[in-house]
Design a protein around this ligand. Structure first.
Ligand code: B3K
Ligand code: ZN
Length: 900
């Protein structure tokens, strides 16, 4: 907690460490009332530091210091200085510092450092958690060889784990035992891990490309032992993929994953001992949805890939966070694309980026991929660092091509193995192999905000010439105004669709013959305005732009609904095809929003309906693609692109269009549902996932159609055959995807103002009764209720907070109930401000127990500028209330003060 005024840390102040720690020996004695940590550090003056006589300043927070010694001599109290964050002492150029500290993991609710979760000890040290374990140079450019001894009660903690290899173990008096671990790879303290508990184990093996045998272990609670197979298979696929695609082999003989229930984020890539939130490792068809399966595969791969992009080559300082995170997200996205459907994966990733990261980049916490400053680094594990960071790496990949990108990554790993480096070092490797200059490209790392690319075109029928003019700008963000920003360098992948064909792309001056089969081109944009002239264009084309979303920008272009239809029907690029459908829906919803605001009833343009009818009739299309095309833009996306979010109008307009489609496509949807509703053994393959996705999209529309019809006739859902069918699917499905989709459709289909009826209540109660012992499933149950789009949902949430299944100290539960509620447009933004008041109360409560989670859930309040003046005032009032509450953590202080 910040009893000292929170300080801003600047990248420009970076200085090399004055000391390095060559060896770190740790002894943990775990007792029920306290844990004693003895650290023995081989400290050496850093030859790269120019300072002479610098004191050794170790980081440390919330530690009780028992003793400190240099070269075996215990220091008197006047020989060192301790404050709330540091321990300073005078040392020679090489010495051994031994320090004994006491901590209380059982009282650690912030889940940072060493803490207890469900009776087991575990750690989370990234970014600055190690300093809550012992005094240390807790910065990533101090890399050390760790050796760790753990001593604990044999009965309560039969399993004692740390990084590297187990080198020795033994028994002690008083029912205690010990294990000694040694990690030969130098690492920063943030990659340290320790686990002590009573866990069951699943073991498997992997033979590396050079023939080494690796033991793979996943540790979970005994009751979850049947939910590890998918994670294990995903891990083996990730290990093979990293060898094949990046030439990266695993280095230790043992790779372990441990699942814990209380975890602030998804997982952590500690060397050789990854610690996972149970939600990102456990999966089986009966309890886990397809989205859950995909998440497990992606996160297991992500953490594994960090072994090279993050651990072997790490970050010099936390301003370089995206060096490891952006690159690793890019790697895991590509892995998932190779394992499943590339087209679907890209669309899902872009939809997520455009909805969430674009909102962050337009809000008060907007920051460059390489932030210039921070108060609390935990606040910078953001969508910008991760997702936009990945898009930036993707652009390098697009500009260089597969082959050179691999050369560049090989060079990067070869040059920097065992080092702590910068984003610049990564770019430098890419520049070396490609002999290109990326100076301008680096603006992606230093300028925040989403660039706007405005495209205009003209067609000269006589000359058969088509001209595209591309202009770019970037809105002001906290670090720079629009005028101060430099033009970005980015790839614009594109095509031209004319008369139902993707036509050859010949630029003026080029030989038409050589390009006769080129229908997809990469244009490099570097200027604030650039023009491209295409020749041999037989008729006015519709441009297909940013294929595969080749740059993270907002496209501004005048298009008719006919243009969108052309792209929806004929674009050879899957992303642009999907996006045409989305933008067509946006244009219809916009019209309905205006009509709602003017209190007018208008006829809905049937153009999207007809387009989707064609899509549904096309049996050659991938079912996942059809399902994606059927999904209307989310309320969150519609809010993000709105200048002022009109909560009620957006909700109403989107719902109106959904009902219109549901009624208009009823026959096709029913046929589709019936064809797909056949009992099959569950498989997590792309094809099987696609079928379930389309089937459940159809079911949800069918229910919507019936609810819409019945609402006008005052018929209850009990009389509805589709509600019955939906309930049937919920109750009898052999997998969670089908069961939960049906539950969600049922529960969310109740119109506002109507009480939840028999089927819904029954389904919710049965679901809880059946799954109450499966934490992760119960979290889904909480979320489905928190997202019912009614203002009255707030009361339901308050009731659920007192339910036996809820706990404020478990981050997954907080996210499932409170986090989900903040995404519920009509409930969270209800005009009374009660949704905001509720969130503020929860933030103030969590600030005391878990500042990281508290700071994260504030985000929706910080976007107050997007709403009408009435809501703006209310949102600001509650932000202020948080800001003025006592003992504000650095985490919450930074978010609140930057957004007011
Ligand atoms: N590197 C961790 C995130 C740590 C977050 C610390 N607040 C997980 C990951 O990105 O792989
Ligand atoms: Zn990561």
């Amino acid at each position: 907690m910040a009893d000292v005024q929170p300080q801003t840390i600047f990248l420009s102040d970076y200085q090399v460490p004055d000391f390095l720690i060559e060896k770190t020996d740790l002894i943990f004695s775990l007792q029920e009332t306290e844990t004693t940590v003895t650290s023995t550090l081989l400290v050496k003056k850093n030859s790269a530091s120019e300072k002479t006589n610098a004191p050794l300043i170790l980081h440390g927070e919330n530690l009780t210091l028992r003793s400190i010694a240099i070269d075996g001599r215990e220091l008197a109290e006047d020989e060192y200085q301790v404050d709330a964050e540091t321990l300073a002492l005078t040392v020679s150029d090489q010495c051994i510092v031994t320090c004994v500290t006491v901590i209380k993991p059982q009282e650690n609710t912030a889940l940072e450092g060493l803490y207890k979760s469900s009776g087991m000890y575990c750690t989370q040290c990234e970014a600055e958690g190690f300093r809550k374990i012992t005094y240390y140079l807790d910065r990533p450019d101090v890399m050390s060889v760790f050796s760790t001894k753990i001593i604990a009660d044999k009965t309560l903690y039969p399993l004692l784990l740390s990084n590297g290899n187990l080198v020795n173990q033994g028994e002690l008096d008083n029912n205690r035992h010990w294990a000694q671990w040694y990690d030969p790879f130098k690492k920063p303290a943030y990659l340290f891990a320790l686990v002590a508990g009573d866990l069951a184990l699943v073991e498997d093996g992997f033979t590396t490309q050079s023939g080494r045998e690796i033991t793979l272990r996943i540790y979970v609670e005994e009751k979850d032992i049947d939910k590890c197979d998918h994670a294990m298979q995903s891990l083996k696929r990730a290990m093979r993929w990293d060898e094949e695609v990046y030439g990266r082999e695993y280095d230790l003989d043992l790779f372990m994953i441990v699942a814990v229930d209380d975890f602030n984020m998804g997982a952590m890539e500690n060397k050789g001992l990854n610690i996972f939130n149970t939600s990102c490792v456990l999966a089986k068809p009966e309890t886990t949805t397809d989205a859950g399966f995909q998440r497990v595969e992606g996160v297991v791969a992500h953490e594994y890939f960090h072994n090279w992009s993050g651990n072997r080559v790490t970050c010099r300082d936390w301003f370089q966070l995206s060096l490891k995170e952006g690159f690793t997200v890019f790697r895991d996205e590509e892995f998932s694309s190779d394992m499943g459907s590339r087209a679907v994966k890209r669309i899902e990733d872009v939809a997520f980026l455009r909805t969430t990261q674009f909102a962050e980049d337009a809000g008060p916490m907007a920051h460059p991929v390489q932030p210039p400053s921070f108060i609390e680094i935990s606040n910078f594990y953001t969508l910008t660092i991760y997702e936009k960071g990945a898009e930036v790496v993707r652009m390098i990949h697009t500009l260089l091509g597969e082959y050179l990108f691999r050369e560049g990554s090989d060079l990067y790993f070869q040059r920097h193995d065992g080092q702590a480096v910068t984003i610049n070092d990564f770019i430098d490797a890419m520049e070396t192999v490609s002999k290109r200059d990326f100076t301008q490209f680096k603006h992606w790392y230093t300028q925040a905000g989403t660039p706007v690319v405005t495209v205009t075109d003209s067609y000269n029928a006589k000359a058969q010439e088509y001209t595209l003019t591309i202009k770019q700008s970037c809105p002001s963000t906290p670090e720079a105004t629009e005028e101060q920003k430099h033009a970005f360098h980015f790839p614009l992948c594109m095509g031209l669709v004319a008369e139902g064909k993707n036509i050859p792309l010949v630029l003026a001056g080029e030989d038409a013959e050589s390009f006769s089969s080129v229908t997809n081109r990469l244009l490099e944009i570097t200027e604030s305005e650039q023009t491209f002239v295409f020749t041999h264009v037989p008729s006015k084309p519709v441009p297909s732009l940013f294929r595969q979303f080749s740059a993270p920008v907002r496209l501004s272009i005048q298009r008719t609904r006919e243009d969108y239809l052309q792209l929806l029907a004929y674009d050879e690029d899957s992303f642009c095809r999907w996006d045409a459908g989305q933008q067509l829906a946006v244009s219809i919803i916009d019209e309905l929003v205006v009509a709602y605001q003017q209190k007018k009833m208008i006829e809905i343009d049937p153009v999207l309906l007809e387009g989707l009818r064609v899509v549904l009739a096309d049996n050659t299309l991938d079912k996942a693609m059809v399902s994606l095309l059927l999904s209307l833009p989310s309320e969150a996306y519609l809010s993000e692109i709105a200048t002022v979010v009109d909560v009620d109008a957006i909700h109403f307009a989107r719902q109106q269009l959904a009902e219109f489609l549901a009624l208009g496509l009823h026959e096709e949807l029913l046929a589709g549902y019936e064809a797909l509703n056949v009992e099959e053994t569950y498989q997590a393959s792309a094809d099987a996932i696609a079928k379930r996705s389309l089937k459940n999209a159809a079911l949800s529309y069918l229910l919507l159609a019936e609810t819409a019809k019945n609402a006008s006739k005052h018929i209850s859902s009990t009389d509805s055959p589709i509600a019955k069918q939906c309930y049937q699917q919920f109750a009898t499905a052999n997998n969670m995807t089908d069961s939960f989709s049906a539950l969600k459709s049922l529960v969310h289909s109740v119109p506002e103002g109507k009480v939840i009826e028999e089927y819904q209540e029954k389904a919710l109660a049965e679901f809880y009764a059946k799954w109450q012992h499966e934490n992760l499933v119960v979290n889904q149950w909480l979320s489905v209720q928190a997202t019912i789009p009614h203002a009255s949902t707030l009361e339901k949430i308050k009731t659920l907070m007192a339910h036996e299944s809820f706990s404020m100290t478990n981050p997954n539960k907080v996210r499932a109930l409170i986090g989900a509620f903040t995404q519920n447009l009509v409930a969270f933004h209800q005009p009374s401000g009660e949704g905001y008041r509720f969130l503020a109360e929860q933030v103030i409560a969590l600030n005391k127990t878990n500042p990281q989670i508290a700071a994260r859930i504030i985000a929706p309040l910080t976007r107050w500028k997007k709403y009408d003046s009435h809501r703006q005032e209310l949102m600001k009032t509650y932000l202020l209330q948080i800001k003025e509450s006592p003992n504000l953590s650095k985490d919450v202080y930074e978010v609140v003060s930057k957004s007011l």
